[in-house]
Design a protein around this ligand. Structure first.
Ligand code: ADP
Length: 270
């Protein structure tokens, strides 16, 4: 009754305020639903590798007197644990990005360095499929942001390009400036994405072909992370794709003016 009285009083004093309060409540409910969905999805995703690990452990136990079988199953346990730890890492990363102000080390960032570092990290996975990267386009562009998060975003696009392309193909990385935005495009000659799925691939845990993603070790969170990183930098990510021909993912970030600050000798970590 107290609340009702208060609402009646507020309605008399400031009718607009009630509308704001109601909107706030709708927004809070929407956020709560998103959070609940996320928890359900996460639990579901964690169940698969955890189940596989426990099954493998039981098998190892039963095969104790067959060293060759033990070695084989132990190897599979290692790859399942790696998958689990990658999944946990990406879940934490995404939860962090969903909180406002997640960017930590904001600075003017050299895009060439971000691309070089991302390519470097994606190289091992690419080499395993006899794939390589061809980097080209404009050099010397700068954006304002968190270099670690930007490397993570570009790396996710490169990993996907490798994951969803046939062995032996090349992944292109192109940089250009267009209308105040630096565009980093990752171009592959892979399986492509059907038009009706292209918006959905940025949703958490959405996969066009769940069986293939499981096989290739995807977590279903990569593009969702890219989307959040882009948005936190005032940019976006776009996709162009043709099934059977390939895909191009373009990360667009506002251009930063001015030089990249270099640490003065005294500021360097000891
Ligand atoms: P995953 O970890 O499964 O790769 P992502 O969020 O990175 O998750 O991508 C979501 C889905 O989008 C993938 O499962 C895949 O179906 C599709 N996808 C992403 N990148 C590409 C690409 N370069 N080529 C074809 N399909 C892609």
């Amino acid at each position: 009754p107290g609340t009702v009285m208060l609402q009646v009083r507020v309605a008399q004093v400031a009718p607009g305020l009630l509308l704001v309060l109601a909107e706030d409540r709708t927004q809070a409910r929407r956020l709560e639903a998103i959070r609940r969905d996320f928890v359900v999805n996460v639990s579901h995703e964690l169940k698969t590798p955890v189940g596989a690990l426990s099954l493998l452990a039981e098998t190892v136990q039963d095969a104790a007197d067959d060293p060759e079988a033990v070695r084989r199953f132990a190897g599979r346990m290692i790859s399942e644990s790696q998958r689990l730890s990658e999944l946990v890492h990406e879940i934490l990363e995404l939860s962090r990005l969903q909180v406002a102000g997640a960017l930590k080390d904001i600075a003017v960032v050299d895009v060439d360095a971000v691309v070089a570092e991302s390519v470097d990290r994606a190289r091992t996975g690419a080499a395993a499929k006899q794939m390589g990267f061809q980097v080209g386009g404009e050099t010397g562009t700068r954006v304002f942001g968190d270099p670690t998060m930007l490397v993570q975003a570009v790396r996710n696009l490169l990993d996907n390009a490798v994951r969803y392309s046939p062995a032996g193909t090349t992944v292109g990385v192109g940089v250009r400036t267009c209308e105040g935005l630096v565009e980093i495009a990752v171009v592959d000659q892979g399986v492509g994405i059907p038009a009706e799925e292209q918006d959905r691939v940025f949703e958490r845990f959405y996969r066009v072909d769940p069986a293939r993603s499981r096989e290739t070790g995807g977590t279903g969170l990569g593009l969702s992370i890219v989307k959040h990183v882009a948005a936190d930098h005032g940019g976006d990510v776009q996709v162009w794709s043709q099934p059977g021909r390939g895909s191009t993912f373009t990360l667009r970030l506002p251009v930063a003016a001015g030089p990249v600050p270099t640490a003065a000798p005294d500021d360097r970590p000891q």
